[in-house]
Write a protein that binds this ligand. Structure first.
Ligand code: C2O
Ligand code: CU
Length: 467
């Protein structure tokens, strides 16, 4: 940032001097001021770096085949972390050092990625980018201090179209003790899986799925159960941390009769809470909802119907004694900039999201190339980068940036004010999405479509953040 600011400043000085003569200082001077202001605002919006408290949260995680009971009469052979789907919920305090002693007992190489958590680059878990794959029978020790509080998740980052589909995912909740405590704080990991009877369909990366929107399963689970019933008390104020762990399915959960309020998106708090009824969640997205339950016994079926298939997600069974509803104000991050902060600035880098027919089968890529032939984008830490994602294809692409939070600033060239940051954004067919960010975490980070079948078909590239 220092070099950019210094340059900006000297430009202003020169331009002001020239402007005195020819009267055009506003244009050039304003652009660099806009850039500097936006840079400073994005840096300030990052929740900030946790101060390591010295306390250690250590856990052993084993990836191995297991049997999961999706319902009382549906047991499925899966691949699981510590024998369950989802794997363990890692709930840590902001400032904790997380140590994961990971062991691979699968018949394939694997690795764990900590989706959305700002970790040191060597802990980010992408084989061939951040670490060597963990071969069958081998171990790897992950160690990091999550920089931000919020709702995150972890999943395999090798052959995701198979390994995530088979069940290799879990959640990470980083709790900031400064945030208010809800009557209940629940993680809801939503996933779908394609079953033939009680067997996971093994035709991974099928050409039809790959050409279209990836694999959409025929069974939807919440925390590994089909449409579970969840007991809650009347009048309670609950925080529900939704995670879409599907390979490809986009969901838009509806809470009939309730008023779910979004307080965080992709982990980080929003500038101002807003209604989250039907909030669209692509694979990888998280949303934290603040819900005050009615003070009367009843059952509410939470369902989703993004594409007309209509799945029930869960039943909230509101019963028992009434809680005294707490009245605290929802937590917010009022440093999130207004997204018109970058208006007038150009696009620094454009990615076209491309279908690439190939004799070996359907491929997807960025700017006409598949990984690892894609071009690495290099940026300087602490400087603003504006990016356009242009989807000229017929498919959905939830694009995920490792190691970064960004803000959507415009859709199809029209400025939008999204009062929140993200790490994954859904780009619809034909859509152009502009985003802005000021990367600070140094290293080479993966950028890819979170539809696992698209990523496996080449839709990945790298973002290098230089010190
Ligand atoms: Cu959640 Cu690279 O992914
Ligand atoms: Cu895609």
């Amino acid at each position: 940032m220092t070099s950019r600011s210094a340059l900006g400043l000297s430009l202003i000085v020169v331009v002001v001097a020239l402007g005195a003569v020819v009267g055009f200082q506003a244009l050039t001077g304003d652009d660099s001021q806009v850039r500097d202001h936006a840079t400073a605002s994005y840096l300030a919006a990052l929740p900030g770096e946790a101060v390591p408290s010295g306390s250690v949260f250590e856990v052993d995680i084993v990836a191995a085949p297991a049997v999961a009971e999706f319902s009382d009469d549906l047991s499925v052979e899966v691949w699981a972390y510590n024998g369950t789907v989802p794997g363990p919920e890692l709930r840590v305090a902001l400032g904790d050092t997380v140590v994961v002693n990971f062991e691979n007992q699968l018949p394939q190489a694997t690795s764990i990625h900590w989706h959305g958590i700002r970790v040191p680059n060597s802990m980010d878990g992408v084989p061939g980018v951040n670490q060597a794959p963990v071969e069958p029978g081998e171990s790897f020790r992950y160690e990091f201090v999550p920089k931000d509080a919020g709702t995150f998740w972890f999943h395999s980052h090798n052959r995701g179209s198979e390994q995530i589909e088979r069940g290799l995912y879990g959640s990470v909740v980083v709790v900031d003790p400064a945030e208010p405590t809800y009557d209940r704080d629940l993680v809801w990991m939503i996933d779908d899986v394609l079953l033939d009877g009680d067997v996971v369909v093994e035709d991974f990366n099928d050409a039809h799925e790959t050409t279209h929107n990836g694999r959409w399963g025929n069974v939807v689970t919440l925390n590994g159960r089909v449409a579970p019933t969840i007991d809650v008390n009347p009048g309670e104020r609950v925080r529900i941390r939704l995670v879409n762990a599907s390979n490809a399915r986009v969901i838009a959960p509806e809470f009939p009769g309730l008023d779910p309020i979004v307080i965080a998106v992709d982990g980080t708090l929003v500038r101002q809470p807003f209604s989250g009824q039907g909030f669209v969640m692509a694979p990888g997205n998280r949303v934290d909802l603040d819900i005050t339950l009615p003070d009367a016994e009843q059952q509410i079926v939470v369902a989703e119907d993004f594409n007309g298939e209509g799945f029930d997600i869960a039943t909230l069974n509101i019963r028992g004694s009434s809680a005294d509803t707490p009245t605290f104000a929802a937590p917010v991050n009022d440093a999130i900039p207004r997204s018109d902060i970058t208006s007038g600035l150009g696009i620094d880098h454009e990615y076209s999201l491309d279908y690439i027919p190939d004799s070996s089968g359907p491929k997807w890529g960025f700017n006409g190339r598949t990984f690892a032939e894609t071009e690495t984008l290099s940026v300087d830490a602490g400087e603003l980068v504006t990016v356009r994602l242009s989807n000229g294809s017929q498919a959905l692409h939830p694009i995920h940036l490792h190691g970064q939070f960004f803000q959507v600033t415009a859709i199809d060239g029209v400025a939008v004010d999204n009062g929140h940051l993200r790490d994954t954004v859904l780009v619809y067919p034909g859509e152009n999405i502009d985003l802005a960010m000021a990367p600070v975490d140094v290293g080479t980070w993966a950028v890819h479509c979170h539809i696992q079948e698209h990523a496996e078909a080449g839709m990945m590239t790298l973002l290098e953040v230089d010190p």
